[in-house]
Design a protein around this ligand. Structure first.
Ligand SMILES: [Fe+2]
Ligand SMILES: [Fe+2]
Length: 355
């Protein structure tokens, strides 16, 4: 590598050009709805099939998270692997299992899992039908920092493999180094003790002022220790809507059940409507005002929302304050959009089905 700078232009001009190009390239990459039929599944070499909703390996690059679909035929056991990023899993079909650092978790439709960074894991299907789940990982964010690492161990015994990266317990002392070692160790202990599984049977949906009823799937509020990704499910009543709001991009909604459309616009009026149906992924990517509406007068719509609010978005809010990164209309407009929740009759909560 040369060690002498030979460029004739200034740092200012290089940077200005690079930044303009980055955003220009990125804008060509915006999307709104990824239909389930546009996600092609491929044999993975791990023994299952995998397809990309959004992510660079499916030519749909993202900056913070990716979204993939995975399918497992009966009798499948995938290879064992681990990586430096964590993953949120939402099961949409079949009965199978995932082993995380040797701990076996049985799952069914509607269950959610958290796979922590550096945990050896594999999944399988002992049932008689195809099993399918979606994964949402923070690999793109790790990649922007040069910290994506993946190791595949084939069908090795997990007990013969090295555990998660070791860390040093803190020494006594009040110097900055001792404080850092203790702080990092404390954080790792907590991070490695998080919850791994939410069963569909334990979900309890609560009505919110935004006109929907919702439940945490994977969130620190219910004991998960994730990279800042959080997963919530909400249900829109028959023919009703969630109130409008806006926030930064890479907030995604996976349609578990139902048909409807999302309004998206730079202003609360005059934007575009984007229809969606079961199995689609709605991409809220442009800091647009958006509202999700259930078009079915007979059935509710269930949607799983994933975003990185708990780390990246909080950091962005701190760094860009006083810019407002999460906006809702005034309460009276919100309430008009949401409608009176007391008039809604909610159905029993059934496990999702696929297809
Ligand atoms: Fe994985
Ligand atoms: Fe949103």
């Amino acid at each position: 590598m040369p060690t002498r700078t030979t460029t004739g232009v200034t740092h200012y001009h290089v940077q200005k050009k690079r930044r303009a190009k980055f955003l220009e390239d990125w804008r060509a990459n915006r999307r709104t709805i990824i239909a389930s039929e546009d996600v092609t599944l491929h044999d993975s070499g791990r023994g299952h099939r995998v397809g990309v909703y959004v992510g660079v390996d499916g030519d749909k690059p993202t900056r913070t998270m990716d979204a993939l679909a995975h399918e497992f035929d009966p009798g499948t056991t995938t290879t064992l692997h681990r990586h430096s990023w964590d993953v949120m899993v939402f099961v949409v079909a079949g009965w199978g299992w995932t082993e995380i650092d040797g701990e076996r978790i049985e799952w069914g439709p509607g269950d959610s899992l958290h796979i922590p960074p550096w945990a050896w894991h594999r999944s399988g299907n002992d049932g008689d039908g195809t099993a399918r789940y979606l994964t949402f990982s923070c690999e793109p964010l790790m990649d922007t920092m040069g910290m994506s690492v993946l190791e595949d161990a084939g069908h090795a015994e997990v007990s013969t493999l090295p555990g998660r990266p070791p860390y040093t317990e803190g020494p006594d002392g009040d110097d900055p180094y001792a404080r850092r070692v203790r702080r990092v160790a404390r954080e790792q202990r907590a991070r490695r003790g998080g919850r791994l599984h939410t069963s569909w049977d334990d979900l309890e949906l609560l009505i919110t002022p935004r006109g929907t009823r919702t439940t945490f799937l994977l969130d620190r509020a219910i004991g998960y220790q994730a990279s800042g990704m959080t997963m919530v499910m909400f249900e829109i009543a028959r023919g009703r809507a969630q109130s409008m709001h806006r926030h930064p991009g890479e907030a995604w909604l996976y349609v578990v059940e139902g048909t409807g459309h999302s309004y998206m616009g730079t202003e609360p009026e005059g934007g575009d409507n984007h229809p969606w149906k079961k199995g689609d992924l709605i991409i809220v990517d442009h800091f647009l005002w958006h509202q999700h509406l259930n078009d079915d007068p007979e059935n509710t719509a269930k949607v799983v929302r994933i975003h990185m609010f708990d780390s990246l978005l909080e950091t962005m809010r701190a760094l860009t304050d006083p810019l407002v990164l999460f906006e809702e209309p005034p309460d009276h407009i919100r309430d008009a959009q949401a409608g009176d929740p007391s008039t809604i009759e909610w159905p029993a909560i059934e496990r999702p089905t696929w297809p």
